[in-house]
Design a protein around this ligand. Structure first.
Ligand code: SAH
Length: 349
């Protein structure tokens, strides 16, 4: 069945026409779905019952249900675990900043990229999310809090550029003036570096921020941490970043998770500066979040500061990401994993 909440307004108008409905019905329906965030047709009181019934028969209507919500006692960050219609679950995170509320969403159930330090990929990819399932993560948080969301980061579980078409449709719907109308500039998409898709995205000339998970400054080291580095070299990757900037005028954010004894030495910092020094970019240093299935250890405060200082002295824009939600399984994929483990054990007993 067609997924109603993934359709653009133009597509919805076509659907209404094909059903013999007046075009203005599309706008009404769209408003209920993307502005008023209705969870069912019953709410759509100004639509005739016959139309609501027809829609129910013909389309899937995606709604996410929170199955677990954890709020950090430290910083008010909230982590949501949502149930999808097929029984799968995804994680989203609400972060409250001075500049507004930001939601970090997942783009896939699981992930097939295999990064060594990441919990989302441990069981591989289950499936990609529909555009509506990405949108609903934002909408469901808005319904739950009653607050507006101004920023969205696609940095949860999954590789967004491995779900490219649904990602672009999601961005189109999220920024639409008939929906939530979130500014492209307030959207960040984080990728492990699928080079052809980065170039394709650049050609769309969107004003979103592209964040690239770098984590190492030599091919050899990056290959140890991220299997995708076996497909694309750092040379190809940095060229694609330069191209993205050329096409969009948006500077790239490089994410670099610091792992003790692996990528946090002075020499690593030097090599990183050499690699990206000429690019128009910003570096986000993230002390790696320990994942219990892996033995990676967070760099200590001194190493993080020294690393930052070294980059700064080389004229690179660099910040250390404030760690939010440390007490609530903040890192990618941790909450979902724990939930699944608990369910598994409760099935046994
Ligand atoms: N697949 C995309 C987006 C999801 S991961 C990507 O690779 O960018 C979002 C970010 O969190 C990435 O930079 C990823 O490398 C990082 N990450 C994953 N697990 C982490 C952990 N345990 N500690 C610190 N960062 C982690």
């Amino acid at each position: 069945m067609t997924d109603l909440r993934s359709l653009t307004l133009t597509e919805l108008e076509e659907e209404m026409k094909a059903m013999g409905e007046k075009p203005f019905r599309a706008k009404q329906l769209y408003g209920w779905m993307h502005q008023r965030l209705a969870v069912c047709y019953e709410e759509m009181t100004n639509l005739p019952k016959t139309l609501r019934d027809k829609c129910r028969e013909r389309y899937d209507y995606t709604v996410l249900r929170p199955v677990r919500v954890q709020e950090s006692a430290l910083d008010g960050t909230r982590k949501y675990l949502f149930a999808l219609a097929d029984g799968n679950t995804v994680e989203s995170v609400l972060m409250r900043y001075r500049h507004g509320n930001s939601v970090c969403i997942s783009s896939q159930v699981g992930c097939r990229m295999g990064c060594r330090f990441c919990a989302s990929t441990l069981d591989g990819l289950e499936r990609s999310l529909l555009s509506s399932e990405m949108l609903e993560q934002v909408y469901a948080v808005m319904r739950h809090t009653g607050e507006r969301v101004s920023h969205v980061v696609v940095m949860g579980s999954g590789e967004p550029l491995d779900n490219y078409d649904n990602l672009l449709r999601f961005i189109e719907l999220l920024t639409d003036e008939n929906g939530q109308h979130i500014s492209q500039r307030n959207i960040t998409v984080s990728t492990c570096g699928i080079v052809p898709k980065m170039r394709q995205l650049a050609d769309r000339k969107l004003q979103i921020t592209l964040a690239l998970s770098l984590h190492a400054a030599t091919d050899e080291k990056r290959r140890q941490l991220m299997p995708i580095a076996k497909r694309y070299s750092l040379q190809e990757l940095t060229e694609a970043c330069a191209y993205y900037f050329e096409q969009t005028g948006r500077r790239i954010t490089f994410e670099y998770s610091l792992v003790k004894g692996v990528n946090d030495s002075d020499r690593d910092a030097e090599q990183l500066a050499g690699l990206i020094g000429r690019l128009n970019c910003h570096v986000n240093l993230i002390p790696v979040n320990p994942v219990k299935e892996r033995d990676y250890v967070q760099s200590d405060r001194r190493a993080v500061d020294a690393f930052q200082e070294k980059l700064r002295r080389r004229g690179i824009n660099v910040t250390v990401r404030r760690e939010l939600g440390r007490d609530i399984d903040g890192a990618c994929g941790q909450l979902r994993r724990r939930y699944m483990e608990e369910r598994r054990t409760s099935d046994i007993f």
